[in-house]
Design a protein around this ligand. Structure first.
Ligand code: ATP
Ligand code: MG
Length: 509
């Protein structure tokens, strides 16, 4: 591809809503374009090319693991979400609208209902199971605070996969296969990541793992152990319980728990003074859709006591309809690992993927049943597996950039190689640049030839901003028979004789 023909609107200006490197460089490098500053983006040619490359890696590994790609209708009838009971629960992130006949629709934020609907119409017997179907398609979530560019958009590209089984054991086998497959995908993309225990959130079900790309800018806090492989999202992390006695100072936090149909209950959470309440664990303990702050004077109907307090707190002192014990503690740095006794610490991650053991949460209400070997009807056992494909572009740059711009990894790079003709008025530079370009294209190397009229300095700045892994610079030194080969990571330079450059590149690509 010739730079002079390509739409790459690079700019020096940092968008004023951008703080993260990935957000700044994806805009400045002309990869994406914001649409009205509201979590909506257009992908320009280079951004689309990278998206397709990431897409291809994801697809290749999934297909190798026996998954089958489908493409579901984008607009989802709300009736399907009524069947699963999620229409109300999902709240304001769900974009709802009517067609001209007043039928209700939503834009899918995730597609469990749609996929179960597809399968219940086509699969009837255990002989057709197991099945793992996926799509790589747009999702829409009306995020309260879309931010950080592709990291948290409202419209984004997700790989969402769903598997269907005749037993829990078989679903767990597939869950492990998907864990291994996801590891291959993130490794091929050149990412440093960690697989951690996770909370299952609004999707429901039990047993889930997240794939966290390690980066200081990550929105998720993850708890890791220095002594072993243990890792968990703070929302699901556990530590060895401490021993408490009746002298322990405790505190009570009252919150309003929200349920379907506008119902709410005041809940008191009782825990040791020095421990912080973990919101997600607290919400799960009372099976609520959400927890919100409330006036201090409210009398709670439910009391949840941190389970490690045990006999240190007398439950008789509470005048409540219900008293529960649960793990509602936030793990602190320095707490003890339950696996190996080592010390736990915090690190930051970007959630790039999430896999769930779903069970029959959707197949039961939606009636996705199969006939087993004995002719008995049973609900299918499901797993579900997501990857934030567009978020991955941001994650790759969060991990791979410097003060000048992007450093794309091998399998995500928009081109394998760039060639810069420093001064297109110099015939010798043009001749070598053009012949090198043709030779590399003929070898199947994806090359970007910077053949623009601009000054050399501007071309080099664009090279550093865009971040193609390697560049050949044909400049003044050509008079002495030399060109430069530079690797973007570290801007490591090598002088190469011009008459050897084709051989030199052939060895590398
Ligand atoms: P988060 O906790 O970051 O809001 P989530 O847990 O709601 O994400 P899932 O429902 O597990 O997300 O969706 C699967 C994947 O889709 C996530 O692992 C993430 O990579 C990606 N994703 C989720 N929300 C967004 C978004 N608003 N923009 C871009 N990617 C997203
Ligand atoms: Mg998730």
């Amino acid at each position: 591809m010739r730079f002079s023909r390509l739409l790459i609107p690079t700019t020096k200006e940092t968008p004023n809503d951008a703080t993260l490197a990935s957000h700044i460089y994806l805009i400045r490098g002309g990869f994406i374009q914001s649409v009205g500053g509201s979590g909506l983006y257009n992908f320009l040619p280079l951004g689309k090319k990278i998206l397709d490359k990431v897409h291809a890696v994801v697809k290749e590994e999934l297909d190798k693991a026996g998954c089958q790609e489908v493409s579901l209708a984008f607009v989802t009838p709300a009736a399907l979400w009524e069947e699963s009971g999620r229409l109300e629960k999902y709240g304001k992130e769900l974009l709802r609208f009517k067609d001209r006949k007043e039928n209700d629709f939503i834009l899918g934020p995730t597609h469990e209902e749609m996929m179960v609907n597809l399968v219940r119409q086509t699969v009837k017997s255990y002989k057709q199971l197991p099945l793992n179907l996926y799509q790589i398609n747009l999702k829409f979530r009306d995020e309260i605070r879309p931010r950080f560019g592709l990291m948290r958009g409202r419209e984004f590209l997700m790989k969402d996969g769903y598997s269907f089984h005749d037993s829990t054991e078989d679903m767990q086998r597939e869950f492990s296969l998907m864990e291994e497959t996801y590891k291959k995908i993130f490794t091929r993309l050149g990412l440093e990541f960690r697989v951690v225990e996770a909370d299952s959130g609004a999707i429901g079900g039990s047993g889930s793992k997240e794939f966290m790309v390690l980066a200081d800018s990550g929105e998720d806090t993850i708890v890791v152990c220095d002594g072993c492989e243990y890792g968990a999202n703070i929302e699901a992390a556990v530590a060895q319980p401490k021993k408490y006695d009746t002298q322990t100072e405790v505190k009570t936090i009252v919150m309003k728990a929200l349920y379907d149909e506008g119902k709410s209950v005041h809940v008191a959470f009782v825990l040791p003074e020095e421990i912080e309440l973990q919101d997600v664990k607290a919400c799960n303990a009372v099976d609520a859709n959400d927890l919100v702050e409330c006036d201090a004077g409210e009398k709670p109907a439910v009391v949840v006591i941190e389970e490690s307090l045990g006999a240190a707190v007398d439950p008789g002192q509470f005048d409540a309809e219900e008293i529960l014990y649960a793990d509602i503690s936030s793990v602190k740095e320095g707490d003890t690992c339950t696996v190996c006794g080592g010390a736990l610490r915090y690190t930051k991650g970007i959630e790039a993927g999430h896999i769930f053991q779903l069970g029959t949460r959707y197949s039961e209400p939606l009636g996705a049943n199969f006939l087993d070997e004995n002719g008995k009807s049973q609900p299918m056992v499901m797993g579900t597996y997501g990857i934030g494909v567009s978020r991955l572009l941001a994650a790759i740059i969060e991990q791979n950039h410097d003060e000048k711009g992007c450093i794309w990894t091998k399998e995500s790079a928009p081109f394998d190689l760039q060639i810069i003709i420093s001064n297109i008025k110099e015939d010798a530079q043009v001749t070598l640049g053009e012949s090198l370009y043709e030779a590399m294209l003929a070898k199947g190397v994806d090359v970007l030839l910077d053949d623009r009229k601009d000054r050399f300095g501007a071309k080099m700045k664009d090279y550093e901003l865009i971040g193609v892994p390697h560049v050949v610079v044909i400049g003044k030194n050509l008079a002495d028979g030399m060109v430069e080969f530079i690797s973007r990571d570290g801007m490591v330079k090598e002088e190469v004789p011009a008459d050897r450059i084709i051989d030199f590149l052939s060895e590398r690509f």
